[in-house]
Design a protein around this ligand. Structure first.
Ligand SMILES: C[S@@+](CC[C@H](N)C(=O)[O-])C[C@H]1O[C@@H](n2cnc3c(N)ncnc32)[C@H](O)[C@@H]1O
Length: 199
């Protein structure tokens, strides 16, 4: 975690303060006013946005520096988010969720599969999952706009389709987009998106 603590240990917000574009575009699919969870929330830009839209937001990240920064930001804004400094693969939540979101939480394949299972378990029936990641094609951009430089850390469309069969896939696509997310994600990027509704 030293890597992420170092990334976040400046005054600047590494991915900016605006919510992620994909989350902003699709959060309205989550049952309004419900309980949402952000996995690997970083400095909190998406969870805070969702709280401002009237959701009860829980948000976890492994970096204590990120969580401290996010908490301090919520105090400035007078917004309530339950930020938790923990490991997404070890944490046992006390709630079930109307919505779960992920932006750019990249992990090795065996861990990703565990995460998909956890997301499916933690959603309530009719709950919505919104996920955005760099796609394997991000290597063609030389990872200059972000992403771990490990090809196997990026989910493919096929992997997502295979792991989210029970339920309704509302969107599964790749997209080429120019990112303007702080200094952390900047420039042309290859992305993959999943929106899934639990039965
Ligand atoms: C690329 S950043 C994305 C942050 C945030 N989702 C955003 O888009 O602004 C990846 C984040 O994953 C977090 N992370 C890595 N491994 C984790 C784990 N096992 N559990 C929780 N968070 C983790 C890092 O601390 C980092 O904040």
């Amino acid at each position: 975690m030293a890597k992420w603590n170092k990334v976040y240990s400046t005054k600047e917000f590494f991915y900016g303060k605006n919510p992620n574009e994909f989350i902003k575009k699709y959060y309205g699919l989550i049952p309004q006013g419900g309980r949402v969870l952000e996995l690997a929330c970083g400095e909190g830009r998406n969870a805070i946005f969702l709280a401002q839209q009237g959701f009860h937001a829980d948000a976890i990240d492994l970096s204590e520096v990120a969580i401290e920064k996010a908490e301090s930001w919520t105090r400035d804004l007078n917004v309530e988010v339950n930020f938790i400094n923990t490991d997404a693969f070890r944490w046992t939540p006390q709630y079930r969720y109307d919505g779960i979101i992920i932006t750019f939480f990249h992990a090795p394949p065996e861990k990703r599969i565990l995460l998909y299972q956890k997301i499916k378990e933690l959603l309530k029936p009719e709950g919505i999952f919104l996920g955005e990641w760099f796609s394997p094609l991000q290597r063609l951009h030389g990872f200059t706009s972000g992403g771990p430089p490990f090809y196997e850390y990026m989910p493919t469309i096929e992997e997502l389709k295979d792991n989210f069969q029970n339920g309704e896939i509302l969107l599964l696509e790749t997209e080429e987009r120019v990112l303007h997310e702080g200094s952390g994600h900047r420039g042309p990027a290859s992305l993959v998106h999943l929106i899934w509704r639990k039965k």
